[in-house]
Ligand binder design. Structure first.
Ligand SMILES: Cc1cc2nc3c(=O)[nH]c(=O)nc-3n(C[C@H](O)[C@H](O)[C@H](O)COP(=O)(O)OP(=O)(O)OC[C@H]3O[C@@H](n4cnc5c(N)ncnc54)[C@H](O)[C@@H]3O)c2cc1C
Length: 395
């Protein structure tokens, strides 16, 4: 049964009233605000001068060169082609590096679209995926500061995501699947595609070369932090972890070749089977420029929070707050109905137009009235996706 939600209240009040048992942790919002209006402002203010040198800086925050666009990119409030275009006049070195990172995001989407839930398992090398336990010792200042930022703001720079993933599995030998789940719950840009890729690559399951995290990176990227640590003279990560050789796994044929790239990429043109009465937005496409929304300017938009998935995932209130802020913002420009229940049932019971999403759960939709193509940065090909470089080279 889908239950209509009113958006007419402060976001935290809505979460407290309507999402009991469906989120984890303290009720709190991220400093990065959800919504198309906020996304557009962030893109207008984007200046990537110095990005190539500063993208990995951590503390003080004023030294950071990262754009913090990921929550908007993740939900296609800003599409990858749009952000790619927006930096076309930036200095060459910064533009090259930044656009390369956009391609990493696109690569994650292609990989996940092709292999689906197989991305939850070691891809090419055998890293510890399953050992239970908490791999983040909070008595270390570097880990404590970063986990606190994850838990209060729901966002981290790439560098500290690598610290956390490496510390969890490479140093402390706990299973990366549990670490990625914990991070996924908190990140307001949390996507299975990029999060699973990030963990697999950091712990070595993707490349065979685990990323080692040591005091060296903390001193370089967050100068002064070690001075505040009670373990400054007994640092558990003084040296790099011992290099390990991971066992190579048999290559999955699907990584080498896709026999059905059309199925992976979704339709290239609009597929209409019936006249739609609603536009259904999904978590993968919540922006004003959602193709189905743009093509149907007179239809009401609908968003259905998946109650069963939320109960299982226990996402943080930061994430749910980001979605609610986005929907409140959209409701200022479009007629919008928001429900808590089952999006697949809504799509079955009503003729909806929807934009294809390159994620396994999209296959749960049936009887869709109209399907719009996904706004790829690059159309998925049938060649190798087993590494970023082989994916970039393939046609
Ligand atoms: C362990 C781990 C987990 C991660 N989990 C996620 C996740 O759940 N969602 C997510 O969007 N990204 C994830 N990433 C990738 C990356 O860390 C973030 O996209 C980036 O830090 C976001 O910050 P930004 O917008 O300032 O990035 P910028 O450096 O400004 O880059 C611009 C955009 O490029 C893309 N991008 C940058 N670096 C990467 C990368 N390494 N991989 C894929 N895309 C990238 C993002 O869309 C980002 O917004 C993860 C990386 C690691 C190592």
């Amino acid at each position: 049964m889908n239950r209509l939600l009113s958006l007419d209240a402060p976001v935290l009040e809505i979460i407290e009233r309507e999402f009991q048992g469906l989120y984890s942790g303290e009720l709190w919002l991220s400093s990065i605000k959800g919504g198309q209006t906020a996304a557009d402002h962030a893109l207008e203010a984007l200046d990537i001068t110095g990005y190539a040198n500063n993208r990995s800086e951590v503390f003080p925050k004023s030294r950071r060169g990262a754009s913090a666009l990921s929550p908007y990119i993740r939900h296609n409030l800003l599409t990858l082609p749009q952000v790619h275009r927006a930096v076309k006049t930036a200095p060459y070195k910064d533009r090259e590096k930044f656009q390369d990172e956009l391609y990493w995001q696109e690569y994650a989407r292609h990989l996940y679209a092709r292999i689906g839930t197989r991305l939850f398992e070691n891809l090419r090398f055998e890293a510890n995926a399953t050992t239970q336990g908490d791999g983040w010792n909070r008595d270390m200042q570097c880990i404590d500061e970063v986990v606190s930022e994850l838990e209060t703001d729901g966002w981290l720079v790439n560098q500290t995501r690598m610290w956390l993933a490496s510390h969890w599995t490479v140093r402390n030998d706990f299973g990366w699947q549990h670490g990625q789940e914990r991070m996924y719950r908190e990140l307001i840009d949390g996507s299975r595609a990029a999060n699973l890729l990030g963990w697999q690559w950091t712990v070595g399951a993707g490349t065979g070369k685990p990323y080692g995290f040591a005091r060296w990176q903390v001193e370089k990227r967050a100068p002064g932090l070690c001075g505040k640590c009670t373990l400054v003279n007994a640092c558990p990560i003084q040296e790099f972890p011992q290099e390990t050789v991971l066992n190579r796994l048999n290559v999955d044929a699907l990584l080498e070749r896709d026999s059905d790239p059309e199925n992976t990429s979704g339709p290239r043109v609009v597929v209409q089977l019936e006249t739609p009465k609603f536009v259904l937005l999904t978590i993968d496409s919540m922006g004003d420029n959602d193709p189905a929304l743009l093509a149907n300017p007179d239809l009401p938009a609908v968003f259905v929070f998946n109650e069963e998935a939320l109960r299982k995932l226990q996402l943080s209130s930061r994430r749910i707050g980001f979605y609610l802020q986005t929907l409140q913002d959209l409701a200022q420009r479009r007629e919008l109905q928001v429900y808590l229940g089952d999006p697949y049932k809504f799509a079955k019971d009503n003729p909806v137009a929807v934009t294809f999403a390159p994620v396994p759960s999209f296959k749960k939709f049936s009887g869709l009235a109209e399907i719009h193509p996904y706004p790829w940065l690059q159309q998925p090909h049938s060649g190798s996706v087993k590494s970023f470089s082989s994916w970039r080279k393939s046609k």
